[in-house]
Design a protein around this ligand. Structure first.
Ligand SMILES: NC(=O)c1ccc[n+]([C@@H]2O[C@H](COP(=O)([O-])OP(=O)(O)OC[C@H]3O[C@@H](n4cnc5c(N)ncnc54)[C@H](OP(=O)(O)O)[C@@H]3O)[C@@H](O)[C@H]2O)c1
Length: 252
């Protein structure tokens, strides 16, 4: 089966659709029960696949254990893990609510890492598996009012790159997907406009690139021109310049 966190909306839902089309039965994990049921109905309408919706808040401490327990209770095994659930919050670091900040770190970093840690042994035993971690093109860039969010995405990228090397030759691969600005609910929740609104990608385009890259076993996928531009510029231009650009864009 393919387990997709954040599989009820945006990039995660589109990835779930691609995996269902490829013949995988699907487990989707998110909080909102109504949206889980809607997404499960949508996924099984399009494809005759089994869909298991799990309502778990991945910002809670033991959430990844809870997910794996539920999967085992249902007698399922996971061959494809997509860690897409993630949030951002644009505000000055000193004004961030500490509990909300910790929730973001537990969701974007801790649950992603623990889920990967718990599900990888089974994949390795079977000699096949795919892990797709949704990072961001912002993993490459400093951004003064997204300090914690961008740091979590830099973690996801770095973690996945190292893991991919560790897994080489095992039949299991790890891929980091680094999208630029993409039209989803992300910016409603983040309380901010994206840094760039021109050239924003649609979630299905990002998912298509991520799905292909994951299945081919690529280590990093940066979809679309705007994401490649952000990632490329961040590598070429000194940090002070990207910080200034990000600060101006963040004020809009
Ligand atoms: N949109 C962009 O421009 C962009 C760019 C780069 C990277 N990304 C990354 O792409 C990933 C997907 O985001 P998206 O743009 O598709 O946003 P989205 O449409 O808001 O989807 C977020 C998904 O994550 C789930 N989620 C949020 N908090 C959760 C929690 N505490 N526990 C479990 N599930 C949770 C949501 O469901 P519930 O709310 O029901 O829990 C939803 O299914 C994120 O990791 C984001 O950082 C987005």
């Amino acid at each position: 089966m393919a387990l997709i966190t954040g599989g009820t909306s945006g990039i995660g839902l589109e990835l779930a659709e691609r995996l269902a089309s490829a013949g995988y039965c699907i487990i989707i994990v998110a909080r909102d029960q109504a949206r889980l049921e809607l997404a499960a109905a949508q996924l099984s309408l399009d494809q005759p696949c089994e869909v298991l919706p799990l309502s778990v808040d991945l910002s809670k401490r033991d959430a990844a254990y809870e997910v794996v327990d539920l999967v085992e209770q249902h007698g399922r095994r996971v061959d494809v893990l997509v860690n897409s659930a993630g949030v951002g919050r644009r505000s000055a670091f000193v004004e961030q609510d500490v509990e909300a900040m910790l929730d973001m770190i537990r969701l974007n970093v801790a649950s992603l890492t623990v889920l990967t840690r718990l599900l990888l042994p089974g994949m390795l035993e079977r000699g096949f598996g795919r892990v797709l971690n949704v990072a961001s093109a912002t993993a490459y860039a400093a951004d003064p009012t997204m300090a914690v969010h961008n740091a979590t995405k830099a973690y996801v990228l770095s973690f996945t790159e190292s893991l991919a090397e560790e897994l080489r030759g095992t039949g299991v691969t790890a891929t980091a997907l680094c999208p630029g600005p993409t039209r989803t609910n992300f910016y409603d929740d983040a309380g901010a406009l994206p840094a760039m609104t021109t050239g924003m990608m649609e979630a299905y385009e990002v998912a298509e690139a991520g799905f292909r890259g994951m299945m081919e076993g690529k280590t990093v996928v940066v979809p679309g021109a705007s994401g490649k531009l952000l990632a490329g510029l961040a590598r070429l231009i000194p940090g002070t310049v990207t910080q200034q650009v990000a600060r101006r864009l963040g004020r809009r």
